[in-house]
Each structure stands twice: as structure tokens, then as C-alpha cells.
Design a protein around this ligand. Structure first.
Ligand code: AMP
Ligand code: ZN
Length: 473
């Protein structure tokens, strides 16, 4: 077994050695729950689900702890709650927004074949742990209190900026943020901030009398430590989180305990854009997972969750991905063909070794999929290959017994007037016999426009041509 993973920290692929092979520990930043998750948010969820499945395969399903948090305290949540439920007290409105969004998120990603993580901690349930971390940072001289805030003093950490590969001087020179008067240095970031009346608030860390709430970065440091310990194996998220979020998580977690490392490997997925453009509400190309699954908004169709998953895994996770209807169409055709091959097939014992090997090379899903295509070719004749195909696809979360029809959810099947079609087919055959090919071609096109596909067969003995037809998909 040899697994290699690219780490943003070392900027190269490294052989992976778990700290404790009986408990491989992974943390991935989860969603901020105030709105439907978009298709970009689905990328880390799917990518790190593949990693989770691979680690379970390599180390045993009881030997991996995968933590993916829910961020349920955030200013965007507060704003959404206030505008959506203006009549309710803010805290009650927040509970409604976060509860409904979390349910929707779970429903959406379950449809994408994503396994539940081992632990799914909520930020609001870890406030005490955050406060303890903040107090430790103050006690060690890495943080200071100013006007009801606690700030992390980045100048107190010798190698701040290592993950994003920038020195503090460079960052300060490029900083355009307006510097709050209570900050000692422009790059110092908030660990805790005061809450206005009505806003979510907790008793502040020692040294501050007024109530407040945590900053974003401290949440993940506290939840990771609670569930995985102070140093663990892998930390993941989208590439946009490298700076400042992950840089600051590292600063907090290491400085609170004077440790050289927070996580050994830092993995980041590339960004997703839609039809060649950055996804944004104003461009009208903003697309949620829910819309893809349940409406005909994108590519004028509805898409099965497994199809979305395959479309996502067609590109290596570190590359940018361009989300197009064409990509989904191809994924749907592929999975539909697989479904035909797999009807009634009993699974094999384990997934194909070459696919496991491809995934073990920094999650090389394009290579894994090309091996799967080869397997599907053999599966046409060989029942053992079919069994292995079923198990390998299920291992990657790409198969759960779906039929072609289920995968083609939302595809309109043309309904045709059979008598009319029969008459046109007969007329075309007659035209062919009379060698009026212009007319027979015209009739074939007319039939195609009705959604009808023709199949001609020639009797080898008599040479007579018969035509059958079916509704094209
Ligand atoms: P957020 O809720 O914005 O914090 O994002 C949740 C996760 O989705 C993070 O890991 C982000 O890095 C990731 N993410 C957000 N937008 C995209 C995108 N367009 N492509 C890929 N990943 C994204
Ligand atoms: Zn995080």
C-alpha cells in the first residue's frame, strides 16, 4: 500500500504516513449554512469523500476519523436571518435559517453519493473550546485584547505565511484592508469580537466583560482539536481557503500549544467555474446543487446525483474545472451504458486494484476513470469483469444500483403517433425500393425530427430490406 498526496505546505507530492494507522485523522472545512450550497461547494465535498473512501479502503473503515464541520455562526447568517424572519428574535431566526440550510445540504450531498463524515461538529457547540484556545493564545503572548476584541498578533509567529508562501512583509505591503485602530499590525486577525444587542453572543474569554462571538478561523482550530487532537494527518478545503483561513488556523493551533505542526498534509481542491466564467449571481450562471438535482435550469435538464458526481471526478481535483452541460451529458451517457451492463450483476469482493492504485496517486480520478472504461469493455463479455466494475463504481460512489431510466431523470421521452410513424416508415421503404433516395432521405429526416430512430436490416438470403424503429433518446 503506498499512498502519495500533494501537500500545499511542501508544494509537492509526498508519501503519506499516518501518525496512527489505527486512526487516520482528516479535517475538512464545511459549509457556512445560510443558503443553498452551490455546485462549487459540492467539489470539496465530493473530492474529500473520495479521499475518505480511499483511506477507509487502505486502513480499514473503523480506522479513519473524518471531521467536516458546519459553520453556524457567521455575519452572513445573521444578515440572512434578519432579512428572512424580520418578526422573530434574531437568535430564533438564526436557528431557523441554519436548521433549514443544514437539512438541505445533507439532502443535496446524499444525492451526490457522499458518505456522512465520522463527526460533523457545529461551531455553536464548541464555543467553550474556542474560548480556551483564545485564552491560551493570550497567555502565551500570541494574542491581545483591544476594545472588546481579541486579536492574533501575527508578528509573534516566526513563520506566519508558510502555507501561502508569503512573508509578513509582503503581505503587509499588499494589504489594502482598512486597518482598524485597535489593531497593532495590519495583518492581525480577529479571534473574538463584541456583539451588538440582539446579535448572537456568548460570555467572552477572560479579560473582556462585554459579550461577544468568535471569529471564523478560531472555529475550525477548536473543532479540529476537539475531535482530532492538536496534531493530525490531513486538512482539506478549497484553494480559496489557503489564505487567510488555513494560514490563520495554523497560526492559532500551533501557537496555542507551541507545536511545529497542525496537520501534516494540506490538500486543496481547484476552483470550479461555470461555462467558462466565474460563477456569480449577477452573471446569472450561479447554480445550486439543488437546482441541478431538481429543476431543469442547467442545460435545460435535471441531473441525477451520480451523473453530477461523475462529471465532477472527470477532472483531477487540483485542476480548475469548467462546469458545462456537455460534461453532464457525457457523464450521463457513460453511467447509462454502465447501468445496462450491471443490471442483475452480483458485486465482486473488492474494487479493481489498478483503480485503487490510481486513486492512491494523489487521487488521480481521470486515470481511475479511464481504467474503469477499460473494465466496462471487458464486462460486455466477461461476468467477472462486470462484477468488478459494479464494485469499483460503488467504491467510488458512482453506482448504487441505478437503472438507465433512473439516471435519465427529467429527460423527456418523445411520444409519437405510432400510426403516423408506421405510415412514414412504410412510405420510406417504398421510396427506397423505387430507388427514390431523395424522397427516402427526406422521410428519414422527417422521422428523425419526430424523435424516431430507424434500423434497417437486410435478409441475407432474399436481400429484402425491413425497417424497425424506436424512440431515440
Ligand atoms: P464556503 O461556504 O464559501 O466557505 O465554501 C465551502 C467550501 O467550498 C470551501 O472549501 C470552499 O473552498 C469551497 N468552494 C467555494 N466556492 C468554490 C468553487 N467555485 N469551486 C470550488 N470550491 C469552492
Ligand atoms: Zn476551516
Amino acid at each position: 500500500m503506498s499512498l502519495t498526496l500533494y501537500s500545499t505546505l511542501s508544494r509537492r507530492k509526498e508519501p503519506f504516513t499516518p501518525i496512527d494507522p489505527s486512526n487516520v485523522r482528516v479535517y475538512v472545512c464545511g459549509p457556512t449554512v445560510y443558503d443553498y450550497a452551490h455546485i462549487g461547494n459540492a467539489r470539496p465535498v465530493i473530492v474529500f469523500d473520495v479521499l475518505f473512501r480511499l483511506l477507509r479502503h487502505l486502513y480499514g473503515s473503523d480506522h479513519v476519523t473524518y471531521v467536516r464541520n458546519i459553520t453556524d455562526v457567521d455575519d452572513k447568517i445573521n444578515a440572512r436571518a434578519a432579512s428572512e424572519h424580520p418578526d422573530l428574535p434574531l437568535n430564533e431566526a438564526i436557528r431557523r435559517v441554519t436548521g433549514a440550510t443544514e437539512r438541505q445540504f445533507h439532502e443535496d450531498i446524499a444525492a451526490l453519493g457522499v458518505l456522512p463524515p465520522t463527526v460533523e461538529p457545529r461551531a455553536t457547540e464548541h464555543i467553550e473550546e474556542m474560548k480556551r484556545l483564545i485564552e491560551a493564545l493570550i497567555a502565551r503572548g500570541h494574542a491581545y485584547v483591544a476594545e472588546g476584541h481579541v486579536l492574533f498578533d501575527v508578528s509573534s509567529m516566526a513563520d506566519y505565511g508558510r502555507l501561502s508562501n508569503r512573508s509578513l512583509e509582503e503581505m503587509e505591503a499588499g494589504a489594502r484592508v482598512e486597518v482598524a485602530p485597535y489593531k497593532k499590525g495590519p495583518m492581525d486577525f480577529v479571534l473574538w469580537k463584541p456583539s451588538k444587542p440582539g446579535e448572537p453572543a456568548w460570555t467572552s474569554p477572560a479579560g473582556i466583560d462585554t459579550p461577544g462571538r468568535p471569529g471564523w478561523h478560531i472555529e475550525c482550530s477548536a473543532m479540529a482539536e476537539k475531535h482530532l487532537g492538536t496534531t493530525f494527518d490531513i486538512h482539506g478545503g478549497g484553494i480559496d481557503l489557503v489564505f487567510p483561513h488555513h494560514e490563520n488556523e495554523i497560526a492559532q493551533s500551533r501557537c496555542a500549544h507551541d507545536l511545529p505542526v497542525m496537520a501534516n498534509v494540506w490538500m486543496h481542491n481547484g476552483f470550479l467555474q461555470v461555462e467558462g466564467e466565474k460563477m456569480s449571481k449577477s452573471l446569472g450562471n450561479f447554480i445550486t446543487i439543488h437546482e441541478l438535482l431538481a429543476t431543469k435550469k442547467f442545460g435545460a435538464n435535471q441531473w441525477h446525483g451520480r451523473v453530477i458526481r461523475l462529471a465532477m471526478l472527470g477532472t483531477h481535483y487540483r485542476q480548475p474545472i469548467d462546469w458545462t452541460a456537455e460534461r453532464l451529458l457525457q457523464a450521463r451517457a457513460t453511467l447509462s451504458d454502465f447501468a445496462d451492463l450491471l443490471a442483475g450483476v452480483a458485486p465482486a469482493e473488492k474494487p479493481h486494484a489498478d483503480v485503487v492504485a490510481a486513486l492512491s496517486d494523489d487521487l488521480n480520478t481521470p486515470s481511475a476513470l479511464s481504467i474503469i472504461h477499460g473494465l466496462a469493455k471487458s464486462a460486455k463479455r466477461n461476468p467477472e469483469a462486470a462484477a468488478e466494475l459494479a464494485t469499483t463504481l460503488a467504491f467510488m460512489g458512482l453506482y448504487g444500483g441505478e437503472t438507465r431510466d433512473e439516471l435519465n431523470v427529467g429527460v423527456e421521452i418523445a411520444t409519437v403517433d405510432t400510426e403516423k410513424v408506421d405510415a412514414l416508415v412504410a412510405a420510406r421503404l417504398a421510396a427506397r425500393k423505387a430507388k427514390d433516395f431523395k424522397e427516402s432521405d427526406r422521410l428519414r429526416d422527417e422521422l428523425a425530427a419526430l424523435g424516431v430512430a430507424l434500423k434497417d436490416a437486410k435478409d441475407p438470403k432474399t436481400g429484402e430490406i425491413t425497417t424497425t424503429w424506436e424512440i431515440a433518446r
